[in-house]
Design a protein around this ligand. Structure first.
Ligand code: GLN
Length: 246
Protein backbone atom coordinates (compact mmCIF):
# COMPACT_ATOMS: atom_id res chain seq x y z
CA UNK A 1 0.00 0.00 0.00
CA UNK A 2 1.19 3.48 -0.73
CA UNK A 3 2.64 5.73 1.97
CA UNK A 4 1.69 9.35 2.46
CA UNK A 5 2.70 12.38 4.53
CA UNK A 6 1.21 15.75 5.37
CA UNK A 7 2.87 18.74 7.04
CA UNK A 8 1.66 22.11 8.33
CA UNK A 9 4.17 24.27 10.14
CA UNK A 10 7.30 26.37 9.81
CA UNK A 11 8.84 26.61 6.36
CA UNK A 12 11.10 23.67 5.65
CA UNK A 13 13.08 22.58 2.60
CA UNK A 14 11.21 19.82 0.75
CA UNK A 15 14.41 17.80 0.81
CA UNK A 16 14.71 18.09 4.60
CA UNK A 17 11.13 16.87 4.96
CA UNK A 18 10.91 14.18 2.26
CA UNK A 19 14.40 12.96 1.39
CA UNK A 20 16.88 13.37 4.25
CA UNK A 21 15.27 11.90 7.41
CA UNK A 22 16.44 8.34 8.23
CA UNK A 23 13.04 6.84 7.39
CA UNK A 24 11.96 9.55 4.94
CA UNK A 25 9.26 9.06 2.34
CA UNK A 26 12.13 8.35 -0.06
CA UNK A 27 13.34 5.49 2.13
CA UNK A 28 9.74 4.30 2.51
CA UNK A 29 9.57 4.11 -1.28
CA UNK A 30 12.09 1.23 -1.33
CA UNK A 31 12.11 -0.01 2.29
CA UNK A 32 8.68 0.56 3.86
CA UNK A 33 8.16 -1.10 7.24
CA UNK A 34 4.41 -1.56 7.30
CA UNK A 35 2.92 -2.69 3.99
CA UNK A 36 -0.51 -4.30 4.20
CA UNK A 37 -2.76 -5.83 1.58
CA UNK A 38 -0.09 -6.59 -1.04
CA UNK A 39 2.97 -4.83 -2.43
CA UNK A 40 6.49 -4.71 -1.01
CA UNK A 41 7.85 -1.40 -2.30
CA UNK A 42 6.39 1.90 -3.50
CA UNK A 43 8.00 2.15 -6.91
CA UNK A 44 5.07 3.12 -9.16
CA UNK A 45 5.64 6.85 -8.90
CA UNK A 46 5.16 9.63 -6.41
CA UNK A 47 3.63 13.05 -6.02
CA UNK A 48 4.32 16.14 -3.94
CA UNK A 49 2.09 19.20 -3.55
CA UNK A 50 3.27 22.27 -1.65
CA UNK A 51 2.01 25.75 -0.86
CA UNK A 52 3.89 29.04 -1.12
CA UNK A 53 3.04 32.60 -0.11
CA UNK A 54 2.47 33.68 -3.71
CA UNK A 55 -0.96 32.06 -4.27
CA UNK A 56 -3.52 29.86 -2.49
CA UNK A 57 -3.27 27.02 -5.01
CA UNK A 58 -0.46 24.52 -4.41
CA UNK A 59 2.33 23.64 -6.82
CA UNK A 60 2.32 19.96 -7.74
CA UNK A 61 4.92 17.52 -9.03
CA UNK A 62 3.84 14.01 -10.07
CA UNK A 63 5.67 11.31 -11.98
CA UNK A 64 5.76 7.53 -12.54
CA UNK A 65 9.43 7.47 -11.53
CA UNK A 66 10.25 6.02 -8.12
CA UNK A 67 11.15 8.76 -5.65
CA UNK A 68 14.66 7.35 -5.19
CA UNK A 69 15.48 7.68 -8.89
CA UNK A 70 14.31 11.20 -9.65
CA UNK A 71 17.34 13.50 -9.71
CA UNK A 72 15.29 16.43 -11.03
CA UNK A 73 13.04 16.33 -7.97
CA UNK A 74 16.00 15.95 -5.60
CA UNK A 75 17.54 19.08 -7.08
CA UNK A 76 14.27 21.02 -6.78
CA UNK A 77 13.75 19.76 -3.22
CA UNK A 78 17.12 21.14 -2.19
CA UNK A 79 16.10 24.71 -2.97
CA UNK A 80 12.31 24.77 -2.47
CA UNK A 81 10.78 25.40 0.92
CA UNK A 82 7.19 25.37 2.13
CA UNK A 83 5.15 25.41 5.32
CA UNK A 84 2.40 23.13 3.96
CA UNK A 85 3.07 19.90 2.07
CA UNK A 86 1.21 16.73 1.04
CA UNK A 87 3.29 13.93 -0.53
CA UNK A 88 2.78 10.27 -1.43
CA UNK A 89 4.70 7.33 -2.90
CA UNK A 90 2.65 4.74 -4.82
CA UNK A 91 2.43 1.00 -5.02
CA UNK A 92 -0.27 0.52 -7.65
CA UNK A 93 -3.05 -1.87 -6.62
CA UNK A 94 -3.27 -4.89 -8.94
CA UNK A 95 -5.36 -3.99 -11.98
CA UNK A 96 -4.75 -0.25 -11.72
CA UNK A 97 -2.54 1.52 -14.25
CA UNK A 98 0.92 2.93 -13.61
CA UNK A 99 0.41 6.43 -15.00
CA UNK A 100 1.47 9.83 -13.72
CA UNK A 101 -2.10 10.95 -13.12
CA UNK A 102 -2.87 8.01 -10.80
CA UNK A 103 -0.40 9.41 -8.27
CA UNK A 104 -1.56 11.44 -5.31
CA UNK A 105 -1.89 14.23 -4.54
CA UNK A 106 -5.02 14.82 -6.55
CA UNK A 107 -5.80 18.54 -6.75
CA UNK A 108 -8.69 20.95 -7.16
CA UNK A 109 -8.24 24.68 -6.56
CA UNK A 110 -6.55 25.00 -3.18
CA UNK A 111 -7.16 21.35 -2.20
CA UNK A 112 -4.83 18.35 -2.27
CA UNK A 113 -5.94 14.75 -1.56
CA UNK A 114 -4.29 11.36 -1.08
CA UNK A 115 -5.55 7.80 -0.53
CA UNK A 116 -3.46 5.05 1.01
CA UNK A 117 -5.32 1.78 0.56
CA UNK A 118 -7.69 -0.08 -1.73
CA UNK A 119 -11.44 -0.23 -2.37
CA UNK A 120 -12.67 -3.82 -2.24
CA UNK A 121 -14.56 -4.94 -5.33
CA UNK A 122 -13.64 -1.81 -7.28
CA UNK A 123 -15.01 -0.66 -9.74
CA UNK A 124 -18.33 -2.48 -9.31
CA UNK A 125 -18.62 -1.75 -5.58
CA UNK A 126 -18.28 2.01 -6.16
CA UNK A 127 -20.63 2.21 -9.15
CA UNK A 128 -23.67 3.21 -7.08
CA UNK A 129 -21.86 6.05 -5.29
CA UNK A 130 -20.16 7.21 -8.48
CA UNK A 131 -23.49 7.31 -10.32
CA UNK A 132 -24.64 10.09 -7.98
CA UNK A 133 -21.77 12.36 -9.08
CA UNK A 134 -22.16 14.90 -11.89
CA UNK A 135 -21.29 13.18 -15.20
CA UNK A 136 -18.53 15.70 -15.87
CA UNK A 137 -16.75 14.56 -12.69
CA UNK A 138 -16.73 10.98 -13.93
CA UNK A 139 -15.50 11.69 -17.44
CA UNK A 140 -12.75 13.98 -16.14
CA UNK A 141 -11.38 11.57 -13.53
CA UNK A 142 -7.59 11.83 -13.15
CA UNK A 143 -7.14 8.09 -13.73
CA UNK A 144 -9.18 4.86 -13.81
CA UNK A 145 -8.39 4.01 -10.18
CA UNK A 146 -10.24 3.63 -6.90
CA UNK A 147 -8.35 6.62 -5.44
CA UNK A 148 -9.47 8.92 -8.27
CA UNK A 149 -13.13 7.99 -7.63
CA UNK A 150 -12.67 8.57 -3.89
CA UNK A 151 -11.25 11.99 -4.71
CA UNK A 152 -14.27 12.79 -6.90
CA UNK A 153 -16.56 11.85 -3.97
CA UNK A 154 -14.57 14.02 -1.50
CA UNK A 155 -14.30 16.94 -3.94
CA UNK A 156 -18.05 16.90 -4.51
CA UNK A 157 -18.59 17.40 -0.76
CA UNK A 158 -15.95 20.15 -0.53
CA UNK A 159 -17.65 21.98 -3.38
CA UNK A 160 -20.90 21.75 -1.41
CA UNK A 161 -19.15 23.60 1.43
CA UNK A 162 -18.46 20.71 3.80
CA UNK A 163 -15.45 21.10 6.14
CA UNK A 164 -12.56 18.75 5.27
CA UNK A 165 -12.98 16.42 8.25
CA UNK A 166 -16.71 16.03 7.59
CA UNK A 167 -16.12 15.33 3.89
CA UNK A 168 -13.59 12.57 4.69
CA UNK A 169 -15.73 11.00 7.41
CA UNK A 170 -18.78 10.89 5.15
CA UNK A 171 -16.89 9.35 2.25
CA UNK A 172 -15.30 6.71 4.48
CA UNK A 173 -18.73 5.79 5.91
CA UNK A 174 -20.38 5.61 2.48
CA UNK A 175 -17.55 3.60 0.89
CA UNK A 176 -17.31 1.21 3.83
CA UNK A 177 -21.01 0.48 3.43
CA UNK A 178 -20.73 -0.02 -0.34
CA UNK A 179 -17.40 -1.88 -0.21
CA UNK A 180 -16.83 -3.42 3.22
CA UNK A 181 -13.26 -4.48 3.95
CA UNK A 182 -11.73 -1.53 2.08
CA UNK A 183 -8.60 0.22 3.35
CA UNK A 184 -9.34 3.92 3.46
CA UNK A 185 -6.54 6.05 4.86
CA UNK A 186 -7.38 9.42 3.32
CA UNK A 187 -5.57 12.76 3.65
CA UNK A 188 -6.78 16.21 2.60
CA UNK A 189 -5.35 19.73 2.97
CA UNK A 190 -5.79 23.27 1.69
CA UNK A 191 -2.48 24.42 3.18
CA UNK A 192 -4.10 25.81 6.35
CA UNK A 193 -6.18 22.87 7.53
CA UNK A 194 -5.42 19.18 7.20
CA UNK A 195 -7.64 16.15 7.83
CA UNK A 196 -6.73 12.46 7.67
CA UNK A 197 -8.37 9.12 8.46
CA UNK A 198 -7.14 5.75 9.62
CA UNK A 199 -9.25 2.92 8.21
CA UNK A 200 -7.39 -0.36 8.26
CA UNK A 201 -3.93 1.14 7.85
CA UNK A 202 -1.33 2.93 9.96
CA UNK A 203 -0.80 6.65 10.54
CA UNK A 204 1.39 8.49 13.04
CA UNK A 205 1.44 12.13 14.11
CA UNK A 206 4.11 14.41 15.57
CA UNK A 207 3.13 17.79 17.00
CA UNK A 208 5.87 20.14 18.23
CA UNK A 209 6.95 23.77 18.06
CA UNK A 210 7.81 23.43 14.36
CA UNK A 211 4.37 22.21 13.35
CA UNK A 212 2.34 19.05 12.79
CA UNK A 213 3.53 16.12 10.72
CA UNK A 214 1.23 13.23 9.84
CA UNK A 215 2.84 10.21 8.18
CA UNK A 216 2.00 6.58 7.33
CA UNK A 217 5.29 5.64 9.02
CA UNK A 218 7.34 7.84 11.41
CA UNK A 219 10.16 9.40 9.39
CA UNK A 220 12.70 9.07 12.22
CA UNK A 221 13.20 7.28 15.52
CA UNK A 222 12.38 10.25 17.77
CA UNK A 223 10.11 9.53 20.72
CA UNK A 224 7.51 12.23 20.07
CA UNK A 225 5.53 10.25 17.48
CA UNK A 226 2.05 9.08 18.40
CA UNK A 227 0.44 6.23 16.46
CA UNK A 228 -3.23 6.85 15.77
CA UNK A 229 -5.67 4.04 16.50
CA UNK A 230 -7.60 2.42 13.71
CA UNK A 231 -10.78 4.16 12.52
CA UNK A 232 -9.92 7.65 13.67
CA UNK A 233 -10.10 11.11 12.13
CA UNK A 234 -7.40 13.71 12.81
CA UNK A 235 -8.16 17.34 11.99
CA UNK A 236 -5.46 19.99 12.18
CA UNK A 237 -5.70 23.75 11.89
CA UNK A 238 -3.20 26.50 12.71
CA UNK A 239 -3.76 26.16 16.44
CA UNK A 240 -5.49 22.84 17.09
CA UNK A 241 -5.02 19.12 16.59
CA UNK A 242 -8.15 17.03 17.26
CA UNK A 243 -8.41 13.26 17.11
CA UNK A 244 -11.81 11.55 17.19
CA UNK A 245 -13.27 8.13 16.44
CA UNK A 246 -14.98 7.51 13.15
N1 GLN B 1 -5.40 1.77 -4.78
C1 GLN B 1 -4.63 2.98 -5.00
C2 GLN B 1 -3.87 2.94 -6.31
O1 GLN B 1 -3.68 1.93 -6.92
C3 GLN B 1 -3.72 3.27 -3.84
C4 GLN B 1 -2.62 2.27 -3.76
C5 GLN B 1 -1.98 2.09 -2.42
O2 GLN B 1 -2.32 2.65 -1.38
N2 GLN B 1 -1.03 1.21 -2.44
O3 GLN B 1 -3.44 3.94 -6.74
Amino acid sequence: MCRHLGYLGREVLLGDLLLLPPHSLMRQSWAPQDMRGGGTINADGFGVGWYTATRPEPTRYRTVRPLWSDAAFASLAGTTSSGAVLAAVRSATVGMPVVETANAPFADGEWLFSHNGRVDGWPVSLAGLAARLPTVDLITLDAPTDSAVLWALVRDRLRAGEPPGVALAEVVAAVDEAAPGSRLNLMLTNGRQLAATTWDHALSVRHNADGVLVSSEPIDGESDWKALSDKQLITISESTVDIESL
